[in-house]
Ligand binder design. Structure first.
Ligand code: SF4
Length: 636
């Protein structure tokens, strides 16, 4: 049955809203396929505004891959701002895709990609506007399968009631596999309705269907066990890992936004995974093992991406781009190739060593030497041992001094506050470090015209990391430490004016902590916040801590219990039945090592320390042109 475009009805509303261009679609490289010729139809959502959602790589890659399948179509949908939401409600216009302006409810699958838990309320807005019941149990055969992916889907329990399914890990292959399951089920006449489709997905072992698992609790509130409630449903659901990135050189046709977006460049992911072992970093832990793209594929992707999009900036993405085993050759090759053109290159890297500055120098050949960012993350040597960020003060000062003496005038240092075992003096160490950086920079350059910006984020313990058992610092402690740090920096007559200071208060981190390590009972809080008007929680101007606390109280959920409480080794964690490949015993040992201030090396350059990922997948980390380990380019 054909589906009509909602655009004529939407168009009448657009003159009354801010930035209407974000809702019209038609971007270069966007695709609108014939509805009737497709047998499987996906709506892909990034649950934030267009300006944040459009550059998202995960959605862009799946959009292309699914649209390349002959019998599948994929369209995109984003969160609408409250001004348009109000008008859509008043005029009865449902949630729409920006490609064909088709109603989201008409699709077979609504795939939502969560980079952060703060997008949960936005998903509820989209479901409600689409006319899809919020609770999965209330949905019928005419509703799409609501499927979550992205990093937050590694613990989807707080949104389990709103989801039909979730997928862990890389999406390229599993999206195609899911499409095939849906296509087959529909071609058979949709036997057994929605329940059988979900059963087929769950039985495949690669899709988590929350309703096929029951959670039992101890009287004190801890989880007793999570167990399948149907035969043939696996006890544990594993993550997906694309082992050969060269076989998946996407995006091939980058979307070019019509409205202003947070990044306007062509991004190439040069490797996936990270084994540096920073204990706070969920992305590093859940994306193991390391898989590099070859230098030839990177070169071909850059060339093709620029040609297809017209972008004049190329970003080389990964969790720590300077760690690609051939990055020196990649940087020089690309800088030579594009020297004198209007194409600029960027390497969003935070590694603290001189090699990183060499790379930045290569990449700035076509541009200005404005700012460099380094992330020591912890303010004291002790803190950096706890989090396994192996940077000494000497390294940092030496690196930053090199940057200043090579013409960089602005250095940004990124830290976290509220880390496990943190004391006041660890945070005050940030001020000492920043002052030493300016002092060394002035001595090296003979100039007072240098600046350093200290940027601080609140730490949130995440599932599938060694800190998953840790007590989160309460927001009063974090705020008190940040105030003392600000006073120390501002009050310094010699260096204070050269040091910028950016920080956020600790309250949003507590809400993020609740959502990150929450279980199914937290779903009631999310729903209550949304019903109370909660939208765009990732935006400080929309976020309301008071609204979240009121909702927690109303639903009887103890926020402290989920956030500032340390967990015991044998406590069943809400995500224990979801397998990121990491061995639980190794994670616990790494947590104990953290408390004892013991570091572990990067297994790319040292022997395997048995985190569990490689044997689980029957593979090994892949680096270097042959896929075998090479010596590092510089000793780190
Ligand atoms: S299993 Fe060993 S080699 Fe593989 S990622 Fe873990 S520590 Fe590194």
């Amino acid at each position: 049955m054909s589906v009509e475009s909602l655009f004529p009805r939407l168009e009448a509303l657009l003159p009354k809203v801010q930035k209407p261009i974000q809702y019209v679609g038609g971007e270069l490289n966007s695709t609108v396929k014939d509805w009737d010729e497709a047998s499987v139809r996906w709506a892909l959502m990034y649950p934030d505004a267009y300006e944040v959602g459009l550059p998202n790589q995960g959605v862009a890659i799946l959009y292309e891959i699914l649209n390349e399948l002959p019998d599948t179509l994929a369209e995109r949908t984003y969160s609408v701002w409250p001004d348009l939401e109000a008008l859509m409600r008043a005029e009865g216009v449902p949630q729409f895709t920006v490609d064909g302006h088709r109603p989201v409810r008409a699709f077979d699958v609504l795939g939502v990609s969560f980079s952060t838990e703060l997008g949960y309320t936005n998903m509820l807005t989209a479901l409600d506007l689409a006319g899809i019941p919020l609770a999965a149990v209330d949905r019928g055969d005419d509703d799409p399968i609501v499927l979550a992916g992205g990093h937050a889907a590694f613990n989807p329990e707080p949104i389990a009631d709103f989801l039909d399914a979730a997928v862990l890990g890389d999406g390229e292959q599993i999206a195609i596999a899911i499409s095939e399951v849906v296509r087959e089920w529909k071609s058979e006449g949709s036997p057994g309705g929605r329940d059988e489709l979900l059963m087929r997905l769950a039985e495949s072992g690669g899709v988590y269907v929350p309703k096929f698992y029951d959670v039992e609790y101890h009287p004190d509130g801890r989880i007793k066990r999570v167990a399948p409630n149907r035969p043939n449903v696996p006890w544990r659901v594993h993550k997906h890992t694309v082992m050969d990135l060269d076989e998946w050189p996407y995006p091939k046709k980058p979307l070019v936004p019509l409205a202003e977006t947070v990044h306007e460049r062509f991004s190439v992911e040069i490797f996936r995974g990270c084994t540096r072992g920073c204990r706070f970093c969920q992305a590093g832990m859940i994306t193991r093992p390391v898989r590099e793209r070859s230098i030839t594929t990177i070169g071909a992707m850059v060339e093709n991406g620029i040609r297809e999009s017209g972008f004049n900036e190329v970003g080389l993405l990964s969790l720590s781009s300077a760690d690609h085993s051939e990055i020196g050759a990649v940087a020089k090759g690309l800088a030579d190739r594009y020297e004198g053109t209007n194409t600029s290159l960027s390497l969003p890297s935070t590694r603290v060593d001189a090699f990183n500055i060499d790379l930045a120098n290569e990449f700035s050949r076509n541009g200005r030497r404005s700012g460099l960012t380094f992330a020591p993350e912890g303010g004291s040597e002790r803190m950096r041992k706890v989090i396994n960020k192996m940077v000494t003060e000497e390294d940092l000062i030496r690196t930053v001094t090199t940057a200043y003496s090579q013409g960089w005038r602005q250095v940004k240092l990124y830290f976290m506050c509220g880390l496990p075992t943190e004391r006041d003096e660890d945070v005050m160490g940030i001020a000492d470090l920043a002052k030493k950086v300016i002092k060394a920079g002035r001595e090296a350059t003979g100039s007072r015209d240098i600046r350093c910006t200290v940027s601080i984020g609140g730490f949130v313990p995440k599932p599938h990391t060694p800190f998953q058992w840790a007590a989160q610092a309460d927001h009063e402690t974090v705020d008190r430490r940040l105030r003392a740090l600000r006073e120390s920096l501002r009050g310094d007559r010699e260096y204070g004016k050269a040091i910028g200071y950016r920080y956020h208060d600790g309250k949003p981190s507590i809400v993020e902590g609740l959502l990150s390590r929450g279980d199914r009972r937290v779903g009631a809080v999310i729903r209550a916040v949304w019903e109370d008007g909660g939208r765009f929680d990732g935006w400080s101007e929309h976020f309301s801590y008071e609204r979240w606390m009121a909702a927690a109280e109303k639903t009887g959920v103890g926020v402290d219990w989920y956030t500032t409480r340390e967990r015991e080794e044998n406590e069943v964690l809400p995500w224990d039945h979801l397998d990121a490949g990491l061995d639980r015993e190794w994670l616990w040992q790494d947590w104990k090592d953290a408390v004892n201030e013991t570091e572990v090396e990067d297994c790319r350059w040292t022997p395997c320390y048995d985190c569990g990922v490689c044997p689980t997948m029957g593979t090994e980390i892949q680096i270097g042109p042959t896929g075998k380990k090479l010596l590092p380019l510089t000793v780190v």
